[in-house]
Design a binder for this molecule. Sequence first.
Ligand code: MN
Length: 165
Amino acid sequence: MSDETLKKYHSKRNFEKTPEPYGSKKTTKEPIFVVQKHNASHLHYDFRLEHNGVLLSWAVPKGFPEDTSVKRLAVRTEDHPLAYATFSGTIPAGNYGAGTVEIWDHGTFTYTGAKGMDAGLKDGELVFDLHGKKLKGGYALIRLKHPRGNPKNEEWLLLKTKEHS
Ligand code: MN
């Protein structure tokens, strides 16, 4: 993890006022994921995948799809430090993301794309198996070529790819 990759994360927060972590190193071997239920101005689920020492992050307003027929909007947000994966608590009013954060699910994941995760990010197609408590099995994130909302946001679709794992 470097301060450079987390510049945007750090710039949005005052660490004297928010209990959120500034950042730290991790110790486990398998890449981790976390889903945090964030009851902010709008309730959403923050989905984070470890990659290159940070947590790639998406805000998923409607949460995870329960079957393969459902696609859920996932808006890419700034990379977060690995230490954020264990964060839960209250971000005080007046701070970025003010509200409560609880860990909805967490675990490890296996990236299943043939070309690797860097190529997947570049191509806008990430495929992986989640090994969580609630979430198990195959999921995919597909970047929309034509975002529907704010053009500054990267919009992705979150899909369940396997009915059973
Ligand atoms: Mn959030």
